[in-house]
Design a protein around this ligand. Structure first.
Ligand code: SF4
Length: 371
């Protein structure tokens, strides 16, 4: 351990973990499965990266260390997330695309205001230094779960461009580097594309749930147009960058299944028409034409924001209530559609994907398949 980590990276009151206190500290982990199936030496190194070792063990809790290269979904229990440890960088805080279905309203204050992180670059450099010194087994990296790293702020702040440069120099620390965005057009511009080409194992996931611009604009108030997204995706593919289409979220759509609904139209429940079968066909056809490597889907969750209210929740709520036979299905801070209905909703895109010969994955399943 001492040989692996130079003293220079231990700063402030960060005390490194020793073999002897590992057992006690493992017991202090909020999620006992976090480091399951990892060898003893590597457990120590992960603990050192993630936590400050308490000065004395008894009665103490572990303190999280601040990183910009942090754990992917740190609040999820590993039991429901068994694909191994992975990293995530949220380049900015908040996101100005203003998608009414955004999950981040549940945990980020002023989530529709994109802003830079104070010591982002300095902390990033420290994190890379530590990852190198700790020699952790390379894991997948995702940018970004709670913000779009290529939102308008990027045009002035350029932290994503800077990050891509640094990642290209340190790509051996990660197995895959996945960018999630609604702005592939910026990524396909020369200064970004030049760096993207230098990153092996780069994957770009483009969220595009709509085909109709008006429907898009009524639900994603300030996100890039569909035209811009399709143009950006096509140019990335032309440069041989791997691109996945995220048909995400999947909205309830007509024809409404008689198995679940008494009324025939979405508007009978006050819900907007967001996606039609024609839209889905157009998107999958496009994905096939440009040779996307996969389609990723997830159901519409109605997140009731701690910090922000969205009319989308109110507008879909009567529909979700009927789906739950009068009861709302609540999990975490969102109302969900029943899984059986999602399976039914998925049938049409699944058939199309089969027809076009593209793999289609549920969001979490896609994650587990990204090694
Ligand atoms: S692009 Fe993503 S992070 Fe940004 S507002 Fe939309 S859903 Fe939220």
């Amino acid at each position: 351990m001492n040989n692996l980590i130079g003293e220079s990276i231990f700063r402030g009151n960060w005390k490194k973990f020793s073999h002897s206190d590992l057992y006690d500290c493992l017991n202090l982990l909020p999620d006992k499965d976090l480091l399951k199936d990892i060898g003893f030496d590597e457990q120590i190194r992960w603990m050192t990266y993630l936590y400050s070792a308490p000065k004395t063990i008894s009665g103490k809790t572990l303190n999280n260390r601040n990183h910009v290269i942090g754990l992917y979904d740190p609040f999820a229990k590993r039991k429901c997330f068994p694909a191994g440890l992975r990293f995530c960088i949220n380049v900015y805080t908040g996101c100005s695309h203003w998608c009414k279905y955004c999950y981040s309203v549940g945990y980020i204050r002023d989530s529709f205001i994109g802003r830079k992180k104070k010591i982002y670059r300095e902390q990033f450099v420290k994190d890379i230094e530590e990852l190198k010194a700790l020699n952790l087994t390379p894991s997948p990296l995702h940018l970004s779960n709670s913000t779009d790293p290529l939102q308008p702020l990027e045009n002035v702040q350029k932290d994503m461009l800077w990050t891509l440069n640094k990642l290209s120099e340190n790509q051996n620390l990660f197995t895959t580097i996945t960018i999630l965005t609604k702005n592939p057009e910026l990524l396909s511009s020369n200064e970004y594309l030049t760096i993207c080409r230098e990153i092996n194992n780069l994957k770009v996931e483009v969220s595009c749930a709509f085909f109709d611009e008006k429907r898009k604009s009524s639900i994603e108030l300030c996100s890039p147009s569909i035209r811009s997204r399709l143009k950006g995706m096509a140019s990335l593919r032309k440069s041989n960058i791997s691109v996945a289409l995220r048909l995400d979220p999947l909205f309830p759509r007509e024809p409404l299944s008689q198995k679940y609904f008494k009324k025939p139209r979405l508007t009978d429940y006050g819900a907007p028409v967001a996606q039609t079968e024609g839209d889905i066909n157009n998107l999958l056809k496009f994905a096939n034409d440009i040779n996307c490597y996969r389609i990723i889907v997830s159901p519409l969750k109605l997140t009731f924001g701690r910090y922000q209210k969205s009319d989308i929740v109110e507008r879909y709520l009567p529909l979700y209530k009927e789906l739950g036979e009068g009861k709302l299905i609540k999990k975490g801070n969102a109302f969900r559609m029943p899984n059986e209905y999602f399976v039914e909703l998925l049938e049409y895109p699944k058939q199309l994907a089969k027809h076009y010969g593209i793999e289609i994955f549920y969001c979490k399943q896609s994650l587990f398949n990204t090694k």
